[in-house]
Design a protein around this ligand. Structure first.
Ligand code: ZN
Length: 134
């Protein structure tokens, strides 16, 4: 019996990416490393692909472009962390996607408008995000 998902792999071969399986995440992390927050967008249906993946979860297309996202969002919830240094962590929604990051200002309420002010990669290769209230 032939593999049912063959058409997807034919689509991938068409673009001739030898290391296709890691391409999107690699591009995402490389942008973050430069302090730029870019996420994959499906070229077929315009869906945001979050978390980053190589194939659109809406239409299964492998045609993906990286796109800058607006930096302003809304605070959903926040909490204090006492692991290492004391920090305020917040769950933020920007243009329909959610990120957890450090909030640099106090006196927060859910619904506050916040802005992504900094992003990058930690030494352990995990992404980090910082927000401030606008
Ligand atoms: Zn799609």
């Amino acid at each position: 019996m032939q593999n049912q998902i063959l058409p997807i792999y034919q689509e991938i071969d068409r673009f001739n990416y030898p290391n296709y399986s890691q391409k999107t995440m690699k591009e995402f992390l490389e942008s973050l490393k430069e302090g730029k927050f870019r996420i994959p967008i499906c070229q077929n249906c315009d869906s945001k692909i979050w978390p980053p993946a190589n194939i659109c979860s809406n239409c299964y297309s492998g045609r993906i472009r990286m796109s800058k996202l607006e930096s302003k969002g809304r605070l959903i919830e926040h909490s204090s962390s006492f692991i290492g240094s004391s920090e305020i962590l917040g769950l933020v929604e920007i243009a329909g996607i959610r990120l957890i990051g450090i909030i640099r200002e106090g006196n927060l309420k859910p619904g506050n408008h916040v802005k992504l002010t900094k992003c990058g990669i930690n030494k352990d290769n995990s992404p980090y995000y910082e927000f401030s209230v606008v």
